[in-house]
Design a protein around this ligand. Structure first.
Ligand SMILES: [Zn+2]
Length: 319
């Protein structure tokens, strides 16, 4: 990706070397026509309890690229849970926990700046203003503003209450070393996906999702809703990639890097690698094929109208 000449976002906080930080102020998301567009016809239910369940049950899987929300404020408890749950699958290789380089921070700042420019132009076309997310770069553990203690072992995540994206840059290397998804645009996809969750938060989709979760009693159904939320974030990442292409930022192979990353973090691929088997009902992020398909769909359309994962029959879906 040609990122060197891009402006750097000012919404990046480098907290590496600090084990924890103070919480950020919450900033609410707006209600919106986009929500109606994306969620028309289907309400959502369930909320915070279900997310906590997700963290407990599918924590390992849902940790990667996850949007986290939890009522837990007891740091010691959430610390324990995060570690136990996430390390089952995402054991950080302590040998690779070297400090991220300045160029990696520069790269993420440039990509974040690009997403800000894009969404800052895009959302007003739908009658909304875009309030950028904060990007918190940390190492090991980081206190969030409403999502408990973030653990690097869980992978990048977005915290809705403080509108912040949390990334430990060891994940940057893990993409290449552990997930076989090398290349700068693989990481750009990851960040754009988290920004996608912020868009969902800003537009009210996240709230509706939580309401839908609250109205659902079956775990399989909750997982399915989570899959739809995640696939929409992949779609929104693709929409930004469409813009990046238009801006002449993409290099040969970039799209393939993003697609490889989307494949690598599919639930079926992760489960196959971790357990040697696949349990579809436990999927929280979608299959490799689904994640690639929705990213590509966003890339092809470059708009919001085609990103309704909540009312669309997903590939492989039978009902
Ligand atoms: Zn996600």
């Amino acid at each position: 990706m040609k990122w060197e000449d891009l402006r750097r976002s000012k919404n990046v906080q480098d907290r590496r070397g600090r084990s924890s930080g103070s919480g950020l102020n919450s900033s609410g998301g707006g209600i919106s026509p986009l929500l109606l567009m994306l969620l028309s016809g289907r309400g959502g239910k369930f909320g915070i309890i279900a997310i906590v369940l997700l963290l407990i049950f599918g924590g390992g899987l849902s940790g990667l690229f996850d949007s986290q929300s939890t009522t837990t404020t007891d740091n010691s408890i959430s610390y324990q849970e995060s570690r136990q749950v996430d390390q089952d699958i995402y054991q950080s290789d302590s040998n690779t926990t070297t400090q991220a380089t300045d160029s990696e921070v520069g790269f993420l700042s440039a990509v974040l700046g690009s997403t800000e420019d894009f969404w800052g132009e895009m959302l007003p076309q739908y009658g909304m203003q875009y309030e950028p997310a904060q990007l918190i770069i940390y190492s090991d553990y980081q206190q969030t503003g409403g999502c408990g203690l973030g653990s690097a072992a869980a992978g990048p995540f977005y915290c809705p209450p403080d509108s912040s994206i949390y990334i430990d840059l060891t994940f940057y290397r893990d993409l290449s070393n552990k997930y076989d998804a090398p290349g700068d645009f693989a990481m750009a996809y990851v960040l754009a996906h988290e920004v996608g969750h912020h868009i969902q938060n800003e537009t009210g989709v996240m709230d509706s999702y939580q309401q839908a979760v609250n109205r659902t009693s079956s775990e399989a159904a909750r997982n399915q809703l989570n899959v739809r939320l995640e696939l929409q974030a992949d779609y929104l990442a693709g929409v930004w990639a469409h813009y990046a292409e238009e801006q002449g930022l993409l290099e040969v192979g970039d799209l393939e890097e993003a697609m490889q990353a989307a494949h690598a973090v599919g639930d079926d691929t992760l489960q196959e690698q971790a357990y040697g088997r696949v349990v579809p009902d436990s999927f929280t992020h979608g299959t490799s094929q689904q994640r690639q398909a929705w990213f590509m769909r966003g890339y092809e359309y470059g708009d919001l109208e085609h990103g309704d994962t909540f009312n669309t029959l997903l590939p492989g879906e039978e009902y």
